[in-house]
Design a protein around this ligand. Structure first.
Ligand SMILES: *Cc1c(COP(=O)(O)O)cnc(C)c1O
Length: 223
């Protein structure tokens, strides 16, 4: 079943990567606030990777969709007391920003599951209101993650402020941190940045995974 918004987004990603001379990024479809039926529809069109912000909402949704080979990413802030549920149900957690969370995820990822893929979230604009670690904390977190065989560090994630004056700087700073991490750790292949409004810009500045909600599903009524 074709999906017009999915084709359009994939075309835009292809165009942006060609124009920038960059590899095509992975597309993560952000399905927060959307019903399971919307996810199933996009899956029928070939999109299998989905991002959710809230653990409870995600678990309810993925329980309805166990018949589909979906890959679930947690992209919202994770409280330590939800780490057990997150470690069991997700394939990726993109919002690791503290050692306590690494330990909790390690403890709850069972040995009969594949390693849990992790991204370290960086508060690249140093916003007080935001989650994410400081750039200087990345290596300590990466080392902690690399000690656990049931966790697999894949790279970095950021949600830069939507301010056009600082966004390019933030993307470039993230790209430099990503290249530096790649030099020191194996398996680092993912720089998750760019959303519906700035995916093309993020690709031009080194993103390998864009997280797109509204451009695929339409405007959200609840955020
Ligand atoms: C909601 C959300 C997105 C998607 O944003 P859109 O503007 O709908 O594309 C991406 N990343 C995170 C962390 C989000 O919370």
């Amino acid at each position: 079943m074709p999906s017009a918004p999915l084709s359009k987004v994939l075309d835009e990603l292809r165009t942006a990567s060609q124009q920038a001379g960059r590899p095509l990024p992975r597309l993560l479809a952000v399905s927060k606030t959307r019903p399971a039926s919307d996810v199933a529809q996009l899956a029928a069109a070939g999109q299998l990777a989905f991002g959710e912000n809230y653990v409870q909402e995600a678990i309810a949704k993925l329980a309805e969709l166990t018949h589909l080979p979906l890959e679930w990413h947690l992209i919202g802030h994770l409280q330590t007391n939800k780490a057990r549920e997150a470690a069991r149900h997700f394939a990726w957690v993109q919002t690791v920003d503290r050692l306590k969370l690494v330990d909790a995820l390690m403890k709850h990822r069972s040995a009969d599951q594949p390693p849990l893929n992790l991204l370290i979230q960086v508060n690249i604009d140093d916003e007080d209101s935001k989650h994410g670690c400081q750039p200087e904390d990345i290596f300590a977190l990466a080392e902690a993650i690399s000690r656990h065989p049931n966790l697999k560090l894949r790279g970095l994630m950021a949600i830069p402020a939507p301010d056009p004056d600082t966004r390019v700087q933030a993307f470039d700073a993230m790209h430099r941190l990503f290249l530096d991490l790649q030099k020191h750790f194996a398996d680092i292949d993912t720089l998750s940045m760019g959303m519906s409004d700035d995916a093309a810009l993020a690709i031009a500045h080194g993103s390998t995974m864009v997280r797109v909600g509204r451009a695929l599903f339409g405007e959200r009524t609840v955020v």
